[in-house]
Structure formats: structure tokens, C-alpha cells
Design a protein around this ligand. Structure first.
Ligand code: NAD
Ligand code: ZN
Length: 379
């Protein structure tokens, strides 16, 4: 089959790889019909999350069930399914307590006690990814979200149940945001844009959106009614947010994560010059948040993050929440919201591209070319 593979930093190529096969009795094989590129894939693309040559990436897939293992009862060949990015067994302590993103049976890597994810490197279980023609899905009696036959919506309306929508929704829930709160969302990529929508839905009084890419800020302003700021326009974006919210925002949601795009040298040079855009998202969040406020880290951080200002967080009674979203848990709720037309998930799609052209698509998304917000790949 054809699949999107990592060849090196900023080198993504579509190659022939072996078709996946049923390995366990409850596996299923899905023929992928649509699969998106995520900001998380950019961490791999940028080399911030190391992986090996030829590794198949991608974790936002949907498609048609092609084959089922002998113990699978939940789905049958021909069913239309969306797959959550986290692998989860449905039986361990974590899966039984709505914390499926840390399933105990999803990451065989003995070096790290975390959940496992499709297409997210050896560190997170070495599961081949879903930017491919076919995908082996473990735990076929738990993982797939089956689209009812009566649902006539196109893939594009449903695809983001695999990650972006549950992640954004969970970000707001996890942050403990209350009705009447002021929320600052850092990052106007797909996750941040959706988090802004869900903050309104949950009763925010004020939704502020930060980025330095103007077309994304425009999207936040026009589609999400957010109050927008370009962080390049400020020496200290966080201090400005504190000022305009009389004492600080209640909740900061970081939908940026590691900034693998800048080299360490570049970052240090910027700090010395103290120009706009010098602060990391966590630093902006810390300046912006009020005492007893919350910073929710949804943007991905891998292993070491040095110079972490723990003292400031402690002294000001700031709550830090973070982690990988337990996607599967939110799929039914979001499916209902999509069916009821409470919001339009397709708004963020700017590019529909054949899987074969994934190499260019990664560059377009990473470099913010052609006003790119979200790419859907079609195998
Ligand atoms: P994206 O790369 O499209 O968006 C990130 C945006 O942040 C960009 O528009 C960029 O210009 C902006 N940005 C960069 N530095 C900034 C700063 N200092 N302040 C404000 N904005 C800044 O990515 P995405 O698809 O929207 O994903 C966002 C993050 O969420 C990524 O880190 C991704 O890995 C993570 N993610 C986490 C989970 C989870 O379960 N926790 C799930 C999906 C994605
Ligand atoms: Zn993703």
C-alpha cells in the first residue's frame, strides 16, 4: 500500500510499504478514506520528536472496515468508522475511568509509562500511522466510532472527531473554565480555533485569541468572534493581556506546544534582543493568568523543558493542567453536536490533497503557505 513516511527532518515521502495484517483476534483493518495532518505531526516533521526512517505517520483517520479479526463483534466489513488518535483497550483502570489517553495496554515501550498513539513514534508505542491506504486498528471492539448508516454527512464533517474536536473540547473542560470566565487561547491552528468555539459554548464572557499569523487571526475574529492579538506587536504579550483584563485572565489554553521551528540559537538571540514574539507560550500564559487562575497545556511538550518557572506558579496559586486528550470519551457527544449543527467543523479545512502529494502538503501546512489551516489527505 501507499503510506506517508518520515525520511528525515522536513523530509516526508509517500512510499510503498507492506499492507497491515490482522495480528490479534480483536484487530480490524480499515481502508482509509480521509486522513488529516495535525500540528502534532509537525513536531515529527520538524525533528522535535525523533523517529526512524520509513516510519508511517498520521493519527487522524477515518474509513471503511475492510477486515475483522475472529473475536470482533462491534463492527463488520463495510462499516464506516472514525478512529481516535489514542490507542485504548477499553478494559484497564484508565479506560474504565474515562482516562483512555493513558491506557495501560497501549504502549509497549518499557522506557516510558504513557499511553500509545497511532503514528506518533517509538516513544508512544511504535504504532504505524493512519496517513496510509490501510490501517491496522487494535482493540476493534472498543476503538472504532461507528457512523450510523443513516448519517449522510461527508467524511469532512466527521473526520475531526479523531482528534481536533475532542482535544479542543477536552481542553476547555479540563481547564475547569466556568461560565463568565475570560479565556485566552494561545495559537490559532485547528486546535486553538476549535477551543475558542467551545469556550463560547461553555459560557465564556470573553474569548481572546493569540498568534502571529494574520490570516489565522482573521479566521479567529470572523468565524469565532474572538478578540485577536498578534504577539509580534507586543514586547510582552502576556503582560498586555493582564493589563486589558484588569488583573489577568481566568484561563489560558496553550494550543501551541513545543516550538520546534526555531533553533536554540535563534531563541537565545531573540531573548537577548527582547523583541516581540520572544516569549514561549508558557511564559505568555504565566504573565497573562490571574492569581488562582489556570493554564491548560494542550500543545504537546516532549520530555525535558528546562528553565521551567515553577516558583512563579507556586507563589501565585496557579493551576497547571495538561496532557493528551482522552479522545474516545468525547466522540459520541461531539457527533451529536455535529448532527445538530451546533458548529461547523469543516470551517477550518483549507486544503484537500491526494495522499500522494503529502510531502508538499506538510510543507504548506508547516510554513503557513497559501493561508493553510488544515489539510485533509485523500488516499
Ligand atoms: P498548528 O501548528 O497548526 O497551530 C499552532 C499555532 O500556534 C500556529 O498558528 C502558530 O503560529 C501559533 N503560535 C506559535 N507560537 C505561538 C505563541 N508563542 N503564542 C501564540 N501562538 C503561537 O497546530 P494545531 O494542529 O492547532 O495543534 C496545536 C498544538 O496542539 C500542537 O502542539 C499539537 O501537537 C497539540 N495537540 C495536542 C493534543 C493533545 O491531546 N494534548 C492533541 C492534538 C494536538
Ligand atoms: Zn492530531
Amino acid at each position: 500500500m501507499r503510506a506517508v513516511t518520515f525520511q528525515g527532518t522536513k523530509d516526508i515521502q509517500v512510499k510503498n510499504v507492506a499492507d497491515p495484517v490482522i495480528q490479534k483476534k480483536d484487530d480490524i483493518i480499515v481502508r482509509i478514506t480521509s486522513t488529516a495532518i495535525c500540528g502534532s505531526d509537525l513536531h515529527i516533521y520538524q525533528g522535535a520528536l525523533p523517529t526512524t526512517k520509513d516510519y508511517v505517520i498520521g493519527h487522524e483517520p477515518m474509513g471503511i472496515v475492510e477486515e475483522v479479526g475472529p473475536e470482533v463483534t462491534r463492527v463488520k466489513k463495510g462499516d464506516r468508522v472514525v478512529l481516535p488518535f489514542n490507542i485504548s483497550c477499553g478494559q484497564c483502570f484508565y479506560c474504565n475511568h474515562d482516562m483512555e489517553s493513558q491506557c495501560d495496554n497501549s504502549n509497549p515501550n518499557p522506557a516510558i509509562d504513557t499511553g500509545g498513539y497511532f503514528g506518533f513514534t517509538e516513544r508512544y508505542g511504535n504504532h504505524p500511522g493512519g496517513q496510509a491506504e490501510l490501517l491496522r486498528v487494535p482493540y476493534g471492539n472498543f476503538m472504532p466510532f461507528v457512523i450510523p448508516e443513516s448519517c449522510e454527512l461527508e467524511d469532512e464533517a466527521l473526520l475531526f472527531m479523531s482528534d481536533v474536536l475532542p482535544t479542543a473540547y477536552w481542553s476547555i473542560e479540563s481547564s475547569g473554565m466556568k461560565e463568565g470566565d475570560t479565556v485566552a487561547v494561545l495559537g490559532c491552528g485547528p486546535v486553538g480555533l476549535m477551543a475558542q468555539k467551545f469556550a463560547w459554548m461553555k459560557g465564556a464572557k470573553r474569548v481572546i485569541a493569540i498568534d502571529n499569523i494574520n490570516y489565522r487571526l482573521n479566521h479567529a475574529a470572523t468565524k469565532n468572534r474572538a478578540e485577536v492579538y498578534n504577539f509580534d506587536d507586543f514586547d510582552n504579550m502576556g503582560a498586555h493581556l493582564k493589563e486589558i483584563t484588569s488583573g489577568g485572565v481566568d484561563v489560558v489554553v496553550d494550543c501551541v506546544g513545543m516550538d520546534g521551528k526555531k533553533s536554540v540559537v535563534e531563541k537565545v538571540e531573540q531573548k537577548l534582543k527582547l523583541q516581540g514574539g520572544t516569549l514561549s507560550p508558557i511564559e505568555i500564559g504565566l504573565y497573562a493568568v490571574r492569581k488562582f487562575g489556570t493554564i491548560q497545556l494542550t500543545g504537546v511538550y516532549g520530555s525535558m523543558y528546562n528553565m521551567f518557572p515553577l516558583g512563579n506558579i507556586f507563589e501565585r496559586n496557579v493551576t497547571l493542567k495538561m496532557g493528551q486528550a482522552p479522545v474516545i470519551h468525547y466522540m459520541p457527544l461531539l457527533f451529536d453536536k455535529i448532527i445538530n449543527q451546533e458548529f461547523d467543523p469543516t470551517e477550518i479545512i483549507t486544503h484537500r490533497i491526494p495522499l500522494e502529494e503529502a510531502g508538499n502538503a506538510y510543507k504548506t501546512f508547516n510554513d503557513h503557505e497559501d493561508e493553510c489551516i488544515k489539510v485533509v489527505l485523500k488516499p
